[in-house]
Structures are given as structure tokens and as C-alpha cells.
Design a protein around this ligand. Structure first.
Ligand code: HEM
Length: 233
């Protein structure tokens, strides 16, 4: 399930921002960085050392990627491979502000982590909750397949087919500082599940979600990640 949900979504979403050439190593680096984030952000002496090493390696991978895929041009340069213009514009302004390659890479590391940490965990929990409750899974699956009856599993245009009025999956905060990536996160997660349910059937994996939980699904990591059997429809 980790590979199916987390890795697939990382690939899809990081490609939107950074283009098709962002190395897969960044996925593993991002996961390792996330695991160390508590000690790093709290700056816990000694315990933050491993996190600092993970962060340095992650930044070095991003720096290598930038050296290879940043194209200098008259307009100040851009990331190749279909990266978002917004990402290129952000890198251009960092460079024109005089930031070093290392500083730019470290900021991009934070952006990669910030975009993905909550989103991937919420998607993982969504899948865990769905497969742990076959009746819920069937209801969601039936609703999705009924809503998009004409869409062939091989059609990759579902992102244009959303109905309005979806409820949010998770709290995104509120007021001035409300999550700025919420539309993106919902769209990525919804697109994944719509495409997944159009393409695959899932066998009941007999997984039981812990009965008592009081943590947010964007913060708490599952103790174990179940395996699921999927079959192409
Ligand atoms: C399901 C996934 C996500 C969840 C649950 C989530 C949740 C949150 C929460 C609770 C906050 C703090 C809001 C507050 O202080 O009131 C926040 C802030 C923020 N989020 Fe997200 N987020 C998610 C995905 C994303 C993504 C994908 C991005 C970027 C593409 C993003 C960008 C941001 C930014 C930039 C802020 C700071 C906003 C500000 O201070 O003005 N988030 N998020």
C-alpha cells in the first residue's frame, strides 16, 4: 500500500511542481526527512543529528537535479521536463536575490516536504480506512463508478471531471493562515482514488483500524501499513 498510494502520489504531485526529471531518490529522501522532522523542527540537541544528515543528503540530491535540469535562458532560466512555471519563477527569484545553489536546494527541500508530508499521509489513511471497511469501500467505489460510467480506465482526464461540493477530507485550519495547498491536495487525492477505483478491484485485506484514535490523520503515522491485493478490472 505504501508503494501503491504514497509513492504513486509523490511521483504525480512532484512532477507537477518539478517536472518529469526529478529523481526518484527524492521520494526516499523526503520520507526519511519526514521521519526526522520532529527532532529537526524542535531542534533537539543530539537527537537532531541524523535528521541534519538526512537533510544534507536530500539537499545534495536536489542540487544535482538543479545543475542538470536548470536551463539558463534570456528570461532568467527555467526547469525543464514540464515543471510548473511557478516553480521556475520561484527559483529565478531566489537566484536573483543572490541565494547560493545550496540555499536554493535547501528551500526546495522544504517545499517538497511541505507539499507532500500531510497530503501523502492523508491519502494513505484514506486507503487504510477504506480497505478496512469493505462496505464503505464498496459504497465509495459504486458511487465513483456510477458518477463516471463512460470513463474508460485507460483515460487519464479524470482531473477535469470533478463535481462541485465535495466535502473536505480533513481540517485545513482556518482564517488568514488556512492551508494554501488545500485545493491541490484534495484534487490530487480525489484524482488518485477516482482513477484507482476505475482501474482496480481490491480484495478484502482483513485489516482492522485501531479502535481508539485521537490523533489527526495528517499527523499520526499508521503503526503498520497493510498489504492489499489489487486486480485490474
Ligand atoms: C491533505 C493535505 C494537507 C493538510 C491536511 C494540510 C493542513 C494544513 C494546516 C492544518 C495548515 C495550518 C493552517 C492554520 O494555521 O490555520 C496548513 C498550512 C499550509 N499548508 Fe497545508 N495541508 C495539506 C496539504 C498542503 C499542500 C499540498 C500544500 C502545498 C501545495 C500546502 C501548503 C500549505 C501552506 C503554504 C500553509 C501555510 C499557510 C499560511 O501560513 O498562510 N498544504 N496546511
Amino acid at each position: 500500500m505504501q508503494t501503491l498510494v504514497v509513492h504513486t502520489l509523490y511521483r504525480a504531485s512532484s512532477t507537477v511542481f518539478f517536472g518529469a526529471h526529478l529523481p526518484d531518490d527524492t521520494f526516499f529522501a523526503c520520507a526519511a526527512f519526514d521521519a526526522e522532522m520532529f527532532y529537526l523542527s524542535a531542534d533537539v540537541p543530539l537527537l537532531n543529528r541524523r535528521g541534519a544528515r538526512v537533510r544534507d543528503r536530500f539537499a545534495a540530491t536536489v542540487a544535482d537535479f538543479l545543475r542538470e535540469h536548470w536551463m539558463e535562458s534570456e528570461g532568467g532560466g527555467f526547469l525543464d521536463g514540464g515543471a510548473s512555471d511557478t516553480t521556475s519563477a520561484a527559483i529565478r527569484s531566489m537566484k536573483s536575490a543572490g541565494l547560493t545553489e545550496d540555499e536554493v536546494s535547501r528551500i526546495l527541500v522544504l517545499i517538497l516536504w511541505g507539499v507532500h508530508s500531510n497530503m501523502l499521509l492523508v491519502a494513505l489513511w484514506t486507503m487504510i480506512y477504506l480497505v478496512a471497511d469493505p462496505s464503505a469501500y464498496t459504497r465509495v467505489c459504486d458511487a465513483i463508478r456510477a458518477a463516471y460510467p463512460g470513463v474508460s480506465p485507460s483515460t487519464f482526464t479524470l482531473i477535469d471531471n470533478f463535481t462541485d461540493g465535495y466535502k473536505t477530507l480533513v481540517p485545513f485550519g482556518g482564517g488568514l493562515f488556512m492551508c494554501k495547498g488545500r485545493e491541490f491536495a484534495l484534487r490530487i487525492i480525489e484524482t488518485f482514488f477516482i482513477m484507482f477505483m476505475q482501474m482496480y478491484d481490491v480484495a478484502d485485506c482483513g485489516y482492522a483500524v485501531p479502535a481508539k484514535r485521537n490523533g489527526s490523520v495528517s499527523m499520526v503515522k499508521p503503526k503498520t501499513i497493510p498489504s492489499i491485493k489489487v486486480r485490474r478490472r
